[in-house]
Design a protein. Structure first.
Lengths: 271, 326
């Protein structure tokens, strides 16, 4: 019997919600300003099957964590299917909740994705020894005490960030996996680039955020790199085009995350 | 642990640096080593600690052991860096062996980030105080409590937190030690979330490269975005500074002040520690214009140019009305 992988779309800003996906994600892994309001969570719950909805939560500063937890509690009380956690403090509060799936986001997992100038160049991919290939592909998944720690804190699903050099996933019991299809996460800026005031040579405070990043991705190129990076909000990402069939993913990878709507319906993966 | 104590933590990578650094005012020293069992097996970008170049490490366990001993003889303390974000199962025995060696050598604390290592140290009975590296990201009171429950005794505050955020965090859980960055190494990214690999021989990491920036249609990026990145490139991250904020940090309960720079020349480290020590002795309870000007003079002396918000760890003080910029 073939596995039907579910396809989740990460909704951007106020995009209309398209049909054809099994689930939708809202929020941000890297910016607290993109957290949906409690009201928006309520409205979404009325318009969709709440069990198909995922709330993605960011690393939160001390003055932001309360809003994150309010959003989580609202999502839980409305029957949402998943909370994606990227902050240990949020996990400490959320990991004990029942009736909702708790997922370790890719920021919590801290896969090593680069790029750097040499060691991760495409040419070196086949020359890296087995240990190093494991390390740069799925290093944290070979950290058994860490995985046990996640399990003990209520995590039952892990987000996977596509590695630069593909390597088969290790066999792991007890977790389901979601694979980011379209991007790997490279870094997150400390100060928000969108709040930089060129005239003053300084960043405006976060409270001045008007979500000017919404809908605009910045392409970052440098001759040392083969391909461009992309600035999305405060996150620096790299676009990835995965051939899902070729990857021969185990059945435990039962969910695929799209950061944007695929061009063709056939781009979505069912197997 | 809000206290009157203020201590300097300084980087060290050679035995002959220990005495001069402690005489210059450092109480804590931190450093790392790559034992041959590790260095022979993994490339430098596979992390035992957060440095990818050999000159930042002690050259041998024997020399590190002597450095720890010498620091103790001076009444100081040594923290060993084991702060990679994760260790694979095949690496963990080497890491635990190094931790056990540290206990025997008289190391006072381990700087850690991997929850898997934290749990393993506890399970294997390695009893040393644990300091949470910025790689572990304790950015709010809930995460501080979370880590404290795991046995962490000191939090190294993430660089991206503002003074106001630090004050909220430390006042929520005052029972733990807090350490803050003060000089050098103003990383533009959230360190614990950054995966750029630091492997360029010239030690110019990707975060400070020159980027061509466009929108997806190929048009020039907005001016604020290009300003952000060109500012990072033009204002050397090595020139990071938070001197003006010392009184505010102390008032917030931060007791340990960190100088970055493993692998830097000893004279440079001494200069940085000496300035910081002098300013800690002179600092007023409340920052005033005279204090800000003193710090800005110190900055010019240390770095040879005016300070900039790009290099400022705590821009609230920098851009406030307590003194002119630069």
């Amino acid at each position: 019997m073939s596995l039907k992988r579910s396809n989740y779309l990460h909704l951007q800003g106020s995009d209309p919600i398209p049909e054809g996906f099994d689930g939708f994600r809202i929020g941000s892994e890297s910016c607290s300003q993109l957290l949906p309001s409690v009201e928006k969570i309520r409205v979404m719950s009325e318009n969709r099957d709440p069990s198909s909805l995922s709330l993605v939560t960011p690393v939160a500063g001390p003055d932001e964590v309360g809003d994150v937890l309010d959003a989580v509690n609202t999502a839980v009380s409305h029957g949402w299917g998943e909370v994606v956690v990227n902050d240990w403090g949020v996990l400490d509060e959320v990991g004990v909740l029942e009736g909702i799936g708790i997922t370790a986001g890719r920021l919590l997992m801290r896969f090593r994705r680069g790029p750097g100038k040499f060691d991760l160049s495409e040419e070196l991919g086949d020359e890296l020894d087995l240990s190093t290939r494991r390390y740069f592909a799925w290093g944290p998944l070979y950290d058994s005490p860490f995985l046990a720690f996640l399990k003990g804190n209520g995590i039952d699903r892990i987000e996977l960030d596509p590695p630069r050099h593909w390597f088969p996933l290790p066999d792991l019991d007890g977790f389901s996996f979601s694979l980011h299809h379209g991007t790997r996460l490279i870094s997150v800026s400390g100060a928000c680039p969108w709040l930089y005031d060129e005239e003053k040579g300084a960043w405006k405070p976060l409270v001045n955020c008007e979500r000017s990043c919404a809908g605009t991705d910045i392409v970052m190129t440098n001759p040392s790199l083969k391909g461009p990076l992309m600035l999305k909000g405060r996150a620096i990402l790299e676009r990835v085009d995965l051939d899902m069939i070729e990857l021969q993913l185990p059945d435990s990878v039962d969910r695929v995350i799209y950061d944007r709507i695929p061009c063709e319906e056939s781009d979505k993966i069912s197997r | 642990m809000n206290s009157e104590i203020t201590e300097i933590l300084a980087p060290v990578n050679a035995l002959d640096e220990v005495t001069p650094l402690m005489e210059a005012g450092a109480h804590w020293l931190y450093g790392g080593v790559l034992p041959s069992e590790w260095a022979d097996r993994f490339p430098s970008t596979v992390l035992l600690n957060q440095r990818t170049f050999a000159s930042a490490q002690f050259p041998s366990l024997a020399q590190l052991g002597n450095a720890v001993k010498r620091a103790r003889e001076h009444g100081g303390a040594f923290a060993l860096t084991l702060n990679a974000p994760f260790y694979m199962d095949e690496q963990m025995p080497l890491v635990l062996e190094l931790a056990r060696w540290a206990v025997d050598a008289g190391v006072e604390a381990l700087i850690v980030a991997d929850p898997g290592l934290i749990v393993s140290l506890r399970d294997k009975g390695v009893e040393l105080p644990l300091h949470l590296s910025t790689m572990g990201i304790a950015a709010n009171a809930h995460s501080v409590k979370f880590y404290a429950d795991q046995g962490i005794t000191r939090i190294i505050l993430p660089r991206f937190l503002s003074l106001a955020q630090i004050a909220i965090l430390t006042s929520a859980i005052p029972s733990i030690e807090y350490e803050a960055f003060i000089l050098v190494g103003k990383c533009p990214h959230i360190e614990g979330l950054c995966t750029f690999v630091h492997d360029s021989p010239d030690r110019r990491w990707p975060c400070e490269w020159e980027w061509d920036l466009t929108d997806e249609a190929g048009d020039r990026a907005p001016v604020n975005i290009s300003g952000h990145f060109s500012g990072i490139r033009e204002n050397d991250r090595r020139d990071g500074c938070g001197l003006c904020a010392l009184p505010a940090l102390k008032a917030a309960g931060v007791s340990i002040f960190k100088v970055v720079g493993r692998g830097a020349p000893m004279l440079r480290k001494l200069q940085l520690v000496g300035h910081l020590n002098k300013l800690l002795k002179e600092m007023p309870a409340e920052p005033d214009k005279a204090w800000i000007m003193t710090c800005k003079d110190s900055y010019r002396e240390l770095y040879g140019h005016l300070c900039s918000e790009h290099n400022c760890y705590y821009p609230e003080v920098y851009s406030g009305d307590q003194g002119p910029k630069g």
